[in-house]
Design a protein around this ligand. Structure first.
Ligand SMILES: [Fe+2]
Length: 320
């Protein structure tokens, strides 16, 4: 189903929401769940060309070229973007500027993890979230993604049976943003990402999400995570994984329900002064208690006490 062309794209939101199920929600409901490398929905041309172009040409999203990172930060702030605490990201622009100016290698100073995570990072980035509340096509899109109808469709599509909270917004990720392979923590019930990049060549850029699987010698980790709900899933080294594909296509949305198999990662290395990696990003979060036992990648090597004491010992290749 397509949005109506010829009239202002944002009007179609109102029109279709009143008349019946929104066509974008129909797309989600009707799209198949693909199996490789883990169950997910991928929908290309999600918004339709007219609405997509309206969004990515909006001056709050397409900021225009900047001469340096200070000007970029200023332009982002003026357009309604504020630094967003996000896994793998620095929490303040002042610290990020030190990285950009070569005064610090990286500063993963956010509150998201164990110090051993630093060993997995080759850089540091920063994320911004759009905070403006004026009426626009952007807010129509965000409103749709907060609608009861869409959330109900996600619940049904991905068979989510527990109460959740919801978080969704437009985000930009600057050069250096990196999050190593991870399947998402157990409290996440759903993750979705809609690519809204202003760069016409964005599909070629080096900032897209990798969809990954474990190298065969590490397959025991899938079973370890499956068999130990009480232990949190964690970040693991890039070299333990293989990339199956990347979420490169602009105006495509990927949606998945995190599991032990939903490995994904990002390493953004690109020129961000003209165009920035931009997504509508969201999560559903379980309200139920999460596992209390922390875990790091060091606990998952074949010789770790945790793995040796598990029932998986016999399934780990001895040669690795
Ligand atoms: Fe993630």
């Amino acid at each position: 189903m397509e949005l109506t062309d010829g009239s202002p794209a944002r009007l179609s939101f109102v029109q279709h929401t009143i008349a019946g199920m929104h066509p974008l929600i129909c797309k989600i409901k009707e799209s198949p769940i693909k199996d490789t490398p883990f169950p997910h929905v991928m929908i290309n041309d999600f918004l339709g060309e007219s609405l997509f172009q309206e969004l990515i040409s909006h001056p709050d999203i397409n900021l225009g070229p900047c001469t340096d990172v200070n000007e970029l930060n200023g332009s982002l702030n003026v357009a309604g973007w504020e630094v967003q605490l996000h896994p793998g990201c620095i929490a303040t622009f002042a610290e990020y500027r030190e990285v950009r100016e070569g005064k610090a290698l990286y500063k993963d100073v956010n509150s998201y993890g164990h110090a051993s995570r630093h060993q997995l990072l080759s850089g540091s980035g920063i994320a911004y979230r759009y905070q403006r509340s004026e009426s626009s096509a952007i807010l129509d899109l965000i409103s749709l993604f907060h609608s009861e109808e869409l959330l109900k469709a996600l619940y049904e599509k991905f068979e989510i049976h527990h109460e959740t909270t919801y978080d969704c917004g437009l985000q930009k990720y600057l050069h250096g943003y990196e999050i190593p392979p991870h399947p998402d923590i157990r409290s996440k019930a759903l993750t979705f990402m809609l690519n809204l990049n202003t760069d016409p060549q964005s599909s070629l850029a080096e900032y897209h999400t990798h969809f990954m699987r474990l190298r065969p010698k590490y397959n025991y980790i899938y079973r370890f995570w499956d068999n130990h709900d009480e232990i949190q899933r964690c970040w693991i080294p890039w070299e333990w994984c293989l990339t199956s594909n990347r979420h490169r296509i602009n105006n495509s949305i990927c949606i998945f329900k995190p599991s032990s198999h939903s490995l994904h990662a990002v390493r953004a290395s690109y020129e961000d002064l003209t165009h920035q990696r931009t997504q509508l990003y969201g999560n559903l979060w379980y309200k139920k208690p999460t596992p209390s036992q922390a875990c790091t990648f060091e606990d998952l090597v074949p010789t770790s006490p945790l793995i040796l004491s598990s029932s998986l010992l016999s399934s780990i290749p001895q040669s690795s």
